[in-house]
Write a protein that binds this ligand. Structure first.
Ligand code: SF4
Length: 569
C-alpha cells in the first residue's frame, strides 16, 4: 500500500471531500491554496534560525505515512518539529489561541516521522501563526496518537471507496478551498435544499426557483466566471504546430508569406487543428504537461477526435457507468435535456420573430403553436424512444421555421432549407454544420476535463464517430451558441457567398476565410456572459459548458437536480 502524504492528512482534517478529490480522484489545481498557500515556506526559517533548519523527507512504515519536514529544532535535548502558517490561529472555548485541526494533525504526523527516524521520543510540536504572531504548542501524547491513528484509518477507508464524501457543513472552509471550482459546494447545497423541498412546504419556492422566477438566495459563485485561457484554431492547410520553449509555435506553410507566430502556453486552453495541419510530438507532450486539450477537425469541419492528458478519474467513471445503468435516471436526465433544448428553440423563435424587420410569419406562428402542443406530451414521455419521437417532430418544425427568421434583405440564398447535414447543401447549412462541429469539440473538451467517459451517454446511442455523451450535452448549447449567432450574422449580412463558401456539386463548404469568420463569431459568443436562472450567478458560455458537465456529474453522484436547468430568455 502506498504511503499517505502528510499533506493529504492535512487535507483530510480540513475536509474529507477535499482529501477524496485530491488523493483518490487525483484532482489538483495549480494554486493549491489550502495546503501550500497557508504554509509559509521554509525560507522564513532560513532567515530566522540560521543553522537550525533542515528539510528531510521521512517515511514511517509503522504509520504508513510520508512527509517532508521543513524544520526541526533541538530544545533542552528534545527534538521539536515546527510548522509556519500564514494565517491566524484558531481559538479554543476559552478564547485562547489554538491550532486548527488540520494543522494539529500535520504536526502530529511530523512528530511521528521524526520520532521513528531519530529513535527519540518527541513530546511536542509547535505551530507559528504569522498573521496574529502566535505560537501554539501541540502536546504529542496519547490523544495525539489516537488522532493520527483515526485519521490514517479514515484515509484508507476513503481510498477504497468510490463514493465521494458530501460537502462540508462548514461553509467558510469552501471559500478558501482550492478545489471549490470542481467540487461546486454551493451548487451541491442548493441541489440538496431543492431536493429536500420536493414534497414539503418549500415546494412552491423551489418550483419558482427552477423556473428561474426566484433566484434571490443565489449561491456564492466559487466557479470561475470566465476562462483565462483561449482556444487556438489553426486553419491554414499545411501549417505546423510545434514547441519553442514555453510557447506554442505555429509555422505557416512555405506557400504562405507570413512569419511563425508564438503563443505563451499559459494563454491557451485548447488547440484545434483543422484539416491538413501538423503537430509535433514535442508539442503534444508539452500540451499534456500543461493540460492543454488538442482536437482534430476535418477540413470540412467534421469532429474527428481529441487528445487530452486526462486525470485519474476511475472513481468518476465507475459512478458514471453505474448511474447510466439506471434507466429511470437516464430518462429523467434526457427529459430535462430535451426540455431545455425545446424551450430554447421556442424562445429563439419568439424572440427573433418579434424583432423589427423580421415580421412574424404564419410559418413561424404555426411552428410555435405546434411545438407548444408537443411540449406537454414530451414532458410526460415514459421512454427514451417516445422522447426521441417528440423531439424529432419538434426539430422538424423548428428547422422549417428557421429560414423565416432571416430577413429578406439578407437574401434567400442564405436561408437554410430544412436541415442537411452530411453534406450540407446550402450556405445556411454549411454554417450550421461547421459551428456544430466546433460546439462538439468544446463539449468534448469539457467532458474530458471533468474526467467522464464520452462514449457512454444517457440519450444518444453510439451510431457514428461522435461520442454519445458529447451529443447529449451539445443539445443544451445548439441554440444559444450556434443557431442564434449564425442567424444574427446572416441578418447582419456578414457573409460573402463567393469568398466565404466553396461549392462542389450539391455540396457547400466553408472556405478558409469563411471558417476564420465563423470561428471568430463562435468564440466571441462563447465569451458572452449569461446569468443562470436557477443557480443565479453570471458566467461566460465558455465556463457554462464545463459547469453543465460538472452538474451532470453531480447527478451521477446523487447530488443532482441542477443539470440542464438553463433556459434561454
Ligand atoms: S469546496 Fe468545501 S466541500 Fe468542497 S472540498 Fe473544498 S472545503 Fe470541502
Amino acid at each position: 500500500m502506498t504511503a499517505l502524504h502528510v499533506h493529504s492528512l492535512h487535507a483530510l482534517a480540513y475536509c474529507e471531500r477535499l482529501f477524496y478529490l485530491e488523493e483518490v480522484e487525483n484532482l489538483r489545481v495549480a494554486d493549491a491554496r489550502v495546503y501550500a498557500g497557508r504554509r509559509l515556506h521554509v525560507e522564513i526559517e532560513r532567515e530566522e534560525a540560521e543553522g537550525e533548519w533542515l528539510t528531510l523527507t521521512l517515511e514511517s512504515s509503522h504509520w504508513g505515512i510520508v512527509g517532508k519536514v521543513d524544520c526541526i529544532r533541538r530544545r533542552d535535548g528534545m527534538l521539536i518539529p515546527y510548522e509556519h502558517k500564514r494565517g491566524r490561529s484558531a481559538r479554543n472555548d476559552s478564547g485562547e489561541p489554538d491550532a486548527w485541526s488540520s494543522d494539529r494533525l500535520q504536526i502530529i504526523a511530523y512528530a511521528a516521522l521524526i520520532g521513528e527516524h531519530s529513535g527519540k521520543a518527541v513530546n511536542e510540536g509547535r505551530i507559528r501563526y504569522h498573521a496574529d504572531n502566535v505560537m501554539v504548542r501541540v502536546p504529542i501524547d496519547g490523544t495525539a496518537w489516537r488522532l493520527l491513528s483515526e485519521a490514517v484509518s479514515r484515509a484508507r477507508e476513503l481510498q477504497a471507496s468510490v463514493v465521494r464524501p458530501p460537502v462540508t457543513e462548514n461553509e467558510r472552509l469552501c471559500v478558501n478551498c482550492s478545489l471549490a471550482s470542481v467540487c461546486l459546494p454551493e451548487e451541491a447545497r442548493l441541489a440538496k435544499s431543492l431536493d429536500e423541498g420536493e414534497d414539503g412546504p418549500q415546494k412552491k419556492r423551489n418550483d419558482e426557483r427552477m423556473s428561474g422566477r426566484n433566484a434571490r438566495s443565489s449561491p456564492i459563485r466559487l466557479f470561475p466566471a470566465d476562462d483565462d485561457r483561449r482556444s487556438l484554431h489553426v486553419v491554414t492547410p499545411g501549417a505546423h504546430v510545434g514547441r519553442k520553449g514555453d510557447r506554442i509555435e505555429v509555422v505557416p506553410p512555405k506557400t504562405v508569406d507570413s512569419s511563425p507566430t508564438l503563443y505563451p502556453v499559459q494563454e491557451i486552453g485548447q488547440i484545434v487543428l483543422h484539416g491538413f495541419v501538423q503537430i509535433s510530438t514535442q508539442a503534444l507532450g508539452f500540451c499534456s504537461q500543461q493540460e492543454v486539450g488538442v482536437h482534430w477537425l476535418t477540413g470540412g469541419g467534421r469532429y474527428l477526435g481529441s487528445w487530452n492528458p486526462g486525470v485519474g478519474s476511475v472513481q468518476r467513471r465507475i459512478r458514471q457507468y453505474k448511474a447510466l445503468t439506471n434507466s429511470d435516471l437516464c430518462l429523467r436526465l434526457a427529459k430535462r435535456l430535451v426540455e431545455a433544448r425545446v424551450r430554447g428553440q421556442l424562445s429563439f423563435l419568439l424572440r427573433t420573430s418579434r424583432q423589427s424587420g423580421h415580421g412574424k410569419t404564419a410559418d413561424v406562428d404555426n411552428a410555435i403553436a405546434v411545438i407548444r402542443q408537443l411540449l406537454s406530451p414530451l414532458l410526460r414521455a415514459n421512454s427514451i424512444h417516445s422522447l426521441r419521437g417528440y423531439e424529432g417532430s419538434i426539430g422538424a418544425q423548428y428547422f422549417k421555421a428557421l429560414p423565416h427568421l432571416i430577413s429578406d434583405a439578407a437574401g434567400d440564398t442564405m436561408k437554410p432549407e430544412g436541415r442537411s447535414r452530411r453534406p450540407p447543401r446550402d450556405y445556411g447549412n454549411a454554417l450550421l454544420s461547421f459551428a456544430y462541429a466546433l460546439l462538439l469539440r468544446d463539449v468534448m473538451n469539457a467532458i474530458l476535463v471533468v474526467g467522464l467517459d464520452p462514449s457512454l451517454g444517457f440519450y444518444h446511442q453510439p451510431r457514428s464517430q461522435a461520442p454519445p455523451l458529447g451529443l447529449d450535452l451539445m443539445e443544451l448549447f445548439r441554440v444559444p451558441l450556434v443557431d442564434l449567432p449564425i442567424v444574427a450574422s446572416i441578418n447582419r449580412r456578414q457573409w460573402d457567398e463567393t469568398a466565404d463558401f466553396q461549392k462542389a456539386g450539391q455540396q457547400v463548404w466553408l472556405s478558409d476565410s469563411g471558417k476564420k469568420k465563423l470561428i471568430a463569431i463562435y468564440e466571441r459568443r462563447k465569451s458572452d456572459q449569461w446569468k443562470h436562472p436557477v443557480i443565479g450567478y453570471s458566467l461566460s458560455y465558455s465556463r457554462l459548458l464545463e459547469l453543465e458537465v460538472r452538474l451532470l456529474e453531480k447527478d451521477f453522484m446523487g447530488e443532482g437536480g441542477l443539470f440542464a436547468r438553463m433556459r434561454m430568455r
